[in-house]
Every structure is written in structure tokens, then in C-alpha cells.
Ligand binder design. Structure first.
Ligand SMILES: Cc1cc2nc3c(=O)[nH]c(=O)nc-3n(C[C@H](O)[C@H](O)[C@H](O)COP(=O)(O)OP(=O)(O)OC[C@H]3O[C@@H](n4cnc5c(N)ncnc54)[C@H](O)[C@@H]3O)c2cc1C
Length: 419
């Protein structure tokens, strides 16, 4: 987050890079006064070179975290109302559906919009064989389909985007990212006149309750007996998919040692706890997993998704008619339930309290119930506990049954505290 004094708060920065793209004043050598660096925690954050910064405030205006925090009056009910038409469905290309993160909806939409010339390009990310995260503007629909899959790492989606748009002279783009990326894109548009006036964006957000730091991937490599820095395929091969490394081991991504990281919030960056859009209502379309018992039987891959704008709805219905995707209407409440209603309530309440607790920031005076404060304490404790078990390698010696009981009990406590 960048405040009005251009002070940077790493703890609540998502590393989206809207700030670097908003800066209008590179120096004579083309050096941008605001650049992303990796901080001690290994997370991408901006740093300003005050010698060449003109204090134009474009980075401040573009920072979505700042916007979220000071203007955020979201409540569970107001959030629920923002979810548009909801669907269950999947890509009708079975191989693609099987290889994708969930059911191939996101990259199927991307390929279709490109094939039918409804966009000039698609902004999408992937991990290359050297394990670097690459974000490109794809103009080839087959290439964009290959970016299917999940990246459980911090992605600086907008970094370098303004220049790539200018070079390609793009006028209409589809952008696929996490809700925080799409929020960054929206605030970037308000701060960057060229993008606001000349480029139209259609957006897809993945449902996201948390991403992960690099320590999470290091732990996965340990379990997969992979080489240091080897690329991990986090999902794909049906649903809920497998976690694998090329030529090496693979484990179901529901493996208890992996899944406890998610349920226990281990290796989740602090900024994720200050987010208030876990289902991505900020985007035209938001896409997630079908975590509802009635969909578990089909192992090829099933998605729940929402069209949060008329544009999104038109695309989904057009693609269903063109027999690219299968759709059935779903209810808003089922979409929320699939993501754990208690957790969605937690994330759509008392953002300032979360900002103080997880971002370590000084803020506000909100009336926060004791029960909410207890829930925050529980989340922090649980996070610390599982991270410690992983770091000390204690987790390697705990029988799976014990871990399963630990997960169940943790889930029950979360349920009770969030009532
Ligand atoms: C960090 C993270 C957390 C998630 N949390 C949840 C959750 O709590 N609940 C839930 O139901 N679903 C969650 N998802 C979404 C789910 O795993 C699928 O990504 C989603 O259902 C889309 O599946 P798909 O088959 O349509 O995507 P695909 O067709 O396989 O396409 C995936 C697209 O997502 C892009 N992408 C992947 N990872 C990232 C990333 N980190 N940043 C930006 N772009 C990325 C790829 O570039 C590609 O364009 C999460 C995904 C991620 C990456």
C-alpha cells in the first residue's frame, strides 16, 4: 500500500504492480522512479527512488490496497448482492477440461474471445521451465489455452503491462488474474490516462481465499522429493487434481499435508487477510472450484462461476450456445457455500480490524465484536502452529490420521468461532 505521503506499507501490498504502471515519469534513461523489488519476506513490493520521483501521486492513485482500505464499507449482505448470475459448468473440450486448474472455463473463454476477434489479446500468466512466472499478452488462442493451471505463488500480473500494451497497440484485452489483480487494474485505469482512454478491458477473476509464499512451494518440493527451485504443477489431471513435478512424484492436491496449509492458512501472505473480495465480484466473470458435495463424483473437473456484469453474462451465454462450455444455473447461496460461508463472512467484515491484526497497521476505530477478535486470534495461532510444524519438520513424522483429526478439529473450531 502507498499512502498520501508516498510511504509504502509492505504488509498490505499485494505486489500487483499497478503503481509501477501508473508512473508517468521515467527519467531521461527510461528508468521508472518506482520499481518492484523482493523484500526480506521474498514478496514483491514497490520502492520509490526519491531522486527522480516528481511526487505526481499517480502511484498513490493506482494503489488498490489504499482504495480498498479507506473506502471499503463492504458487509456480507452487500457483497452477496454484488454476485451476478451464477452457474455450474465446464469446458466441452474434455482434454482441456482435464488438464486445466478446475474445468478449463477461464482459458476456454480466453481462447474463444480471441478466436472470435472480440479481444486483441489475453493477459495471462504461466510458469516457465526455469520456474519464473511469466505474464504475456497472448494473441494466439491455442497458446493462451496452454496457460491453464494454477500458480500458488505471488504473481505481479500488471508489471510491464503498460509498455506491452503500447508496443502491441492493443485496444481491447481480456485479463485473467486474482481479485487483487483485477482491483489493481481498475485503480490503474483511474490513474493512467492512456489506459483509461484507449484500452477496454474484459476481466476474469479466480475465486481466491489466499495465495501462498515461496515457502509453501519449498514444502511441496520436499514432499515431492523435487530439486530446489524445480517447477511445480499445482493442479490439473482432473479434479481436484494432482501436484506434481516433471519426471518426478505426484500427489493428489487434496493430500492432507498440502491441504492443511490451506485450512490452516500456513504460508499465506498477510495481505491476503486484508482482502474483501474472495469470490472476485470485481471482475466481469469470476471462476472457482465446485466445492459442493453434489459435484464431487465427476472427477474430470467442474466449476462454479458467476457473471458479475452484462458483458460477462453475454460471453457465457454466447459460449454455451456455441457449444464451447456446458452451463447450468446455480444459486448465489450455493456459490458462497462452496467457498465456506463462514469464511466469506469473515472476509467481508471489519476490514480495518484485519488490517490492524494482519497488516500491523495503525488505523481506525470500528466497533468489532469480541467473537471476531477471537476468530482472528485463532487464525493467527493456527497459522503459526502449522508453519512451525513444517519448518521444524515435525509434520514429516506425524501420522496422516493424526493430521486428519487435527484438520477436522481446526475446521470445527473455526466454524464455532465464526458463528
Ligand atoms: C492462488 C489461488 C487461490 C485460489 N483459491 C481458490 C479458492 O479459495 N476457492 C476456489 O473455488 N477456487 C480457488 N482458486 C481458483 C481455482 O483453483 C481455479 O483457478 C479456477 O477455478 C479457474 O479454473 P479454470 O480451470 O477455469 O482455469 P484454467 O482454464 O486452468 O486457467 C487458469 C488461469 O488462471 C491464471 N492463473 C493461475 N494462477 C494465477 C495466479 N496466481 N495469478 C494470476 N493468474 C493466475 C492462469 O494464467 C490462467 O489464465 C484459486 C486459484 C489460485 C491461483
Amino acid at each position: 500500500m502507498i499512502d498520501k505521503d508516498l510511504k509504502i506499507y509492505d504488509s498490505v501490498c499485494t505486489g500487483c504492480s499497478a503503481c509501477t504502471e501508473a508512473c508517468a515519469f521515467p527519467d531521461d534513461n527510461g528508468i521508472n522512479p518506482i520499481q518492484l523489488i523482493k523484500n526480506e519476506a521474498g514478496l514483491a513490493v514497490p520502492r520509490i527512488d526519491s531522486d527522480i520521483c516528481t511526487s505526481c501521486m499517480a502511484c498513490y492513485k493506482a494503489c488498490p490496497t489504499e482504495d480498498k482500505i479507506f473506502n471499503n464499507d463492504v458487509t456480507f449482505e452487500s457483497y452477496r448482492e454484488k454476485l451476478g448470475e451464477c452457474y455450474f459448468g465446464y469446458s466441452l473440450d474434455n482434454d482441456h477440461r482435464f488438464e486445466a486448474a478446475t474445468a478449463g472455463i477461464s482459458t476456454e473463454i480466453a481462447a474463444y474471445l480471441r478466436e472470435t476477434n472480440q479481444v486483441d489479446g489475453v493477459v495471462s500468466s504461466y510458469q516457465n521451465d526455469a520456474n519464473e512466472i511469466i505474464t504475456e499478452i497472448f494473441t494466439d488462442s491455442q497458446e493462451v489455452r496452454k496457460t491453464r493451471g494454477s500458480i500458488y505463488r505471488q504473481v505481479s500480473l500488471l508489471n510491464g503491462l503498460a509498455e506491452k500494451i503500447e508496443q502491441g497497440n492493443h485496444k481491447k484485452l481480456l485479463v485473467i488474474g486474482l481479485p487483487c489483480h483485477i482491483e489493481g487494474l481498475k485503480t490503474l485505469q483511474t490513474a493512467n490516462k492512456h489506459l483509461r482512454k484507449n484500452v477496454e478491458f474484459i476481466t476474469i477473476a479466480l475465486f481466491c481465499k489466499q495465495t501462498k509464499t515461496e515457502e509453501f512451494s519449498d514444502f511441496e518440493r520436499r514432499l515431492l522429493q523435487a530439486k530446489p527451485n524445480q517447477k511445480i504443477n499445482y493442479r490439473g489431471k482432473g479434479w481436484a487434481g494432482v501436484t506434481s513435478v516433471e519426471g518426478g512424484r505426484s500427489l493428489p492436491s487434496t493430500n492432507i499435508k498440502f491441504s492443511l496449509n490451506w485450512g490452516g492458512f500456513a504460508f499465506t501472505p498477510d495481505y491476503c487477510f486484508t482482502c474483501s473480495d474472495p469470490i472476485g465480484v470485481v471482475a466481469d466473470i469470476s471462476v472457482g472450484d465446485a466445492w459442493l458435495r453434489k459435484y464431487y463424483a465427476d472427477k474430470t473437473g467442474s466449476s462454479l462461476f458467476a457473471a458479475n456484469s452484462e458483458t460477462g453474462k453475454k460471453i457465457i451465454e454466447e459460449m454455451a450456445t456455441a457449444k464451447k462450455i456446458y452451463i447450468e444455473k446455480e444459486s448465489v447461496d450455493n456459490i458462497i457455500a462452496s467457498q465456506n460461508t463462514n469464511y466469506i463472512k469473515f472476509k467481508t467484515s471489519y476490514v480495518n480490524e484485519r488490517r490492524v491484526a494482519f497488516g500491523d497497521l495503525d488505523a481506525h476505530s470500528e466497533k468489532v465484536p469480541q467473537s471476531y477478535k477471537r476468530l482472528i486470534k485463532w487464525i493467527k495461532f493456527n497459522k503459526w502452529l502449522y508453519e512451525t510444524m513444517v519448518r521444524t519438520k515435525i509434520v514429516d513424522f506425524v501420522p496422516e490420521l493424526v493430521l486428519k483429526v487435527y484438520g477436522r478439529v481446526g475446521g470445527k473450531i473455526f466454524g464455532i468461532l465464526s458463528k
